[in-house]
Design a protein around this ligand. Structure first.
Ligand code: 13P
Length: 287
């Protein structure tokens, strides 16, 4: 059964580790992430962007697929199904479809409008026992058409949004989606420290987990980050493993064209990436 992300993140914040959010794209992705979490006895959050939602034939299809995996494979670790960077409308659709966690990204609105919309969703999600992520200071880069300028969040605005009663807060600290440019200045730990101080127990979320050096990830966790989102890195390792299989001509040997064989190396590559991240984030054995 899907669970809200609230309890796993409270535990992570108190235990000084982070839970990974891994974005999914299809059955192979969902299965790879869930089975790795089960094998490592780790809590996990499955992220679904609006674009991935459309690709997988809508939010209801995803809820059906993920619930089916949890039941048929006897999954016992906590798994949350989370809307990633949702609009207000998508948040409502996911709540109806049966998601257990929602991110409403109001970072492109004025702070007043972000507060008004987040407040409405705090009420709805609390009634239903779902977790809610809000965002202040947009994340840089581009993800499924959501483009952010890489702002650094204002700690006072973070406190205002945290005080609305959200479960977790994404605050821009110079992080971006996708690969980091060679001249990237790194995470703004001064901003993270100030946000952490003001928001107290609030679990903080670090987006753009792909390509952030390990030392920075560890420092961010020390400073209050309890959820780290990873998307592009699984796509890169999946693509590289699939490319290798085809370049070695394996799809032309025997029944190598069978999709269950063709997609197997990519599937294993996602599992290896998720394992590496869970070990780095410290969530192994914390289910
Ligand atoms: P990356 O694609 O950079 O790993 O970012 C993922 C993310 O933040 C999803 O919201």
């Amino acid at each position: 059964m899907l669970v809200s992300a609230k309890e796993m993140l409270i535990k992570a914040k108190a235990g000084h580790y982070a839970v990974g959010q891994f974005n999914i794209n299809n059955l192979e992705w969902a299965k790879a992430v869930i089975l790795t979490a089960q094998e490592l006895n780790s809590p996990v959050i499955l992220g679904v962007s609006e674009g991935a939602g459309k690709y997988m034939c809508g939010f209801k299809t995803i809820v059906g697929m993920v619930n089916g995996i949890l039941e048929e494979l006897n999954i016992t670790v906590p798994v949350a199904l989370h809307l990633d960077h949702g609009s207000f409308e998508a948040a409502k659709k996911c709540i109806e479809a049966g998601f257990s966690s929602i991110m409403f990204d109001g970072s492109h609105y004025s702070i007043e409008e972000n507060i008004a919309k987040t407040t409405e969703l705090v009420e709805t999600t609390k009634k239903l026992g779902l977790s809610l992520e809000a965002e202040v200071g947009s994340i840089g880069g581009e993800e499924d058409g959501v483009i952010g300028g890489g702002e650094v969040a204002d700690p006072a605005e973070c406190k205002m949004i945290a005080d609305l009663g959200v479960t977790m807060l994404a605050a821009g600290i110079g992080n971006i989606h996708g690969k980091y440019p060679a001249n990237w200045a790194g995470l703004r730990f001064d901003a993270l420290e100030a946000i952490s101080k003001l928001t107290g127990d609030m679990p903080l979320v670090l987006h753009g987990g792909t390509g952030i050096p390990e030392v920075m990830i560890k420092r961010a966790i020390t400073l209050g980050v309890s959820k780290i989102n990873v998307n592009t890195e699984c796509q890169l390792t999946f693509a590289a493993a699939t490319r290798k299989y085809i370049e070695e001509g394996k799809d032309l040997q025997g029944k190598g064209f069978d999709p269950r064989k063709l997609l197997a190396p990519g599937y294993e590559a996602i599992k290896a990436t998720v394992k590496e991240k869970m070990e780095l984030f410290g969530s192994v054995g914390k289910a």
